[in-house]
Design a protein around this ligand. Structure first.
Ligand code: SF4
Length: 164
């Protein structure tokens, strides 16, 4: 399966815990004022890459702890990025995903939008749009203070507990 990417940072120390490969999805609907990656907004640019080639790239670097799916918004290509999240997670990598959507919205629409797989294979989600007015104080892994760092497995487990 292929995904459309704006770029890949093969080794990052600032996009999640530990040392990570960062994959930037091409395409984003949120258009947050002050976005640091406006070149990722268009759905017509980017480069298509097979998810197995992303894994091969990661496996060349033995010090990597995980993968960060950023953007753009990976949830706009949820099928491909969900497959990438599953593939890398099954190979022992920690998966962190950024999105401009709120977690509750993703959960509510996970069936019809196909967001469930990407959610299910994400360890940590950073959600919500970048808010230029709330960008200070700078916060680890977040662009603005409205964004949340969510432990997805724990949140999904508590959701299940509530609905059972
Ligand atoms: S969601 Fe992220 S990539 Fe999209 S416009 Fe907002 S800050 Fe930029």
């Amino acid at each position: 399966m292929k995904i459309n990417v704006a770029g890949i940072a093969e080794e990052s120390f600032s996009d999640g815990p530990g040392i990570r490969c960062v994959v930037f999805a091409q395409g984003c609907r949120h258009r947050c004022p002050g976005c640091h990656n406006p070149e990722t907004h268009s759905f017509s640019g980017g480069q298509w890459i097979h998810i197995r080639d992303v894994l091969r790239l990661m496996e060349k670097n033995p010090i990597l702890d995980g993968i960060t799916l950023s953007g753009g918004d990976p949830f706009e290509q949820a099928e491909g990025f969900g497959a990438l999240a599953e593939l890398t997670k099954r190979h022992g990598y920690h998966v962190m995903t950024y999105t401009g959507y709120l977690f509750e919205f993703l959960l509510e629409h996970r069936e019809e939008k196909g967001w469930g797989r990407l959610l299910a294979w994400t360890d940590v989600l950073v959600d919500g749009p970048f808010d230029l007015g709330r960008r200070f104080p700078p916060s680890k892994f977040r662009g603005s203070s409205n964004q949340r760092i969510i432990d997805v497995p724990r949140s999904l487990a508590s959701q299940r507990a509530v609905t059972q």
